[in-house]
Design a protein around this ligand. Structure first.
Ligand SMILES: [Mg+2]
Length: 405
């Protein structure tokens, strides 16, 4: 296909043709809403001096990576996941902040409840990203008006800018949000999905990562309209079952349902001993092993926790507990250390203990961003290896040395 035959560019963000009030009559209408550079926006609310400055959020250690950055830093080539050292070389005038994960959790909860107040079916895809089902709402207000009022309300009440996309399904709405950013909205009318996607690069399709994208480019399929032109069988031969999904998504077809968000309150585990014990190091070992099991469960569900509670039942059945807020984490090491510190404060009676329990609460789903907190590269890789081995050989196959016994 020559350049001259390229399909027309999609309209500018915020531009809507025709009478939008009926754009989704009789069809699904899916809203995708994403907070713009969420961590950066929160940092700027916490400290107004950071407004307009290039900002990098990340750890301070040697191997720290960028967990988020402002548009000013992005324009200098900085991106999430990049080593902080490299980012500061690209953008030496940037302000580096360590990040306030507790505040991010707070703001995320505020936005979640605002959306849930307005709309009945909401999926929280990550700390700063939401899908909602607006089907049937055309009759009253018009989907776009409803969505756009929600977006203004979020900014008005939390101070956070966001962008949104509206279309008949999740994939197209997510791409539309990406095209709208920052601080704008984009509506793709029913029937316009393929035309909207056609001129965009394939990496805009949410399932296509950098590796797949460069593979497709090498095959001469770097643009979505090129994918739209090949037969489905061709993509199946190349990519198996994923080929079908890719072919469908390139045409703007996606039947994934909205998964309503239910706050899972907590996960917990406890151990009753065969014989009561007053040996603190034994008890700590048991707690560490509980922490490790729960850490694995958190990570396998894509969750982090912000609060940890331990419970002890003494031999006379008196039960005591103590809880502590912690920065959002799914790290075994952090969970084990926090559990042991709490234990030292709680275990005051020096009496024999018959049960220890551990509960993790204030659970939150994470996008890729939060995983990058601190200086986690090595520990993250270790977690991933441990989790894979546990999935293959069962939970008991491998443990941290401190959790043995
Ligand atoms: Mg975002």
């Amino acid at each position: 296909m020559s350049l001259l035959n390229l399909p027309p560019l999609p309209p500018e963000p915020g531009f809507f043709f025709g009478d939008e009030s009926r754009a989704f009559e009789g069809t699904r209408c899916v809203l995708h809403l994403d907070l713009d550079t969420f961590f950066v926006s929160v940092e700027r609310l916490l400290d107004g001096r950071l407004r307009g400055q290039p900002l990098i959020i990340g750890g301070g250690g040697d191997r720290a990576v960028v967990s988020s950055c402002s548009y000013e830093a992005r324009s200098m080539g900085v991106s999430s996941g990049m080593p902080v050292r490299m980012a500061l070389r690209l953008c030496p005038e940037a302000v580096l902040v360590r990040g306030h994960s507790e505040q991010y959790g707070e703001y995320s909860r505020m936005v979640t409840s605002l959306i849930q107040e307005t709309l009945p079916v909401v999926e929280k895809a990550s700390v700063d990203e939401f899908y909602a089902d607006l089907s049937g709402m055309d009759k009253y207000l018009g989907c776009l008006r409803l969505a756009s009022e929600l977006r203004s309300r979020i900014t008005r009440e939390t101070g956070l800018p966001s962008s949104l996309g509206l279309s008949v399904n999740k994939t197209v709405s997510k791409v539309a949000t990406g095209q709208a950013k920052p601080d704008n909205q984009y509506c793709v009318r029913n029937g316009d999905e393929a035309r909207f996607l056609a001129p965009l690069p394939v990496r805009k399709i949410p399932m296509v990562g950098p590796v797949w994208s460069s593979q497709l480019e090498e095959l001469g399929l770097g643009r979505i309209h090129q994918l739209q032109e090949v037969p489905c069988e061709y993509l199946v031969r190349l990519f198996g079952k994923n080929g079908v999904t890719l072919w469908e998504k390139a045409r703007g077809v996606d039947h994934q349902p909205i998964l309503p968000y239910r706050e899972q309150k907590s996960i917990s585990a406890e151990r009753t001993f065969d014989q009561d014990t007053a040996d603190p190091s034994f008890l700590k070992t048991k707690l560490r092993s509980l922490a490790e099991g729960l850490g694995h469960e958190l990570r396998s569900q894509g969750l982090v926790c912000g609060c940890l509670t331990i419970r002890l039942r003494y031999a006379d059945f008196e039960t005591v507990s103590r809880q502590q807020k912690i920065p959002y984490t799914a790290s075994d090491r952090v969970l084990m250390d926090s559990a042991c510190t709490l234990f030292e404060r709680l275990y005051t009676r020096r009496m024999r203990v018959r049960l220890v329990g551990l509960r993790l609460s204030e659970l939150s789903r994470v996008g890729a961003q939060l995983d990058l907190f601190g200086d986690p590269t090595e520990e993250d890789a270790l977690h991933k290896t441990l989790d894979r081995l546990k999935e293959r050989f069962g939970n008991k196959a491998l443990r941290w040395a401190g959790g043995l016994g």
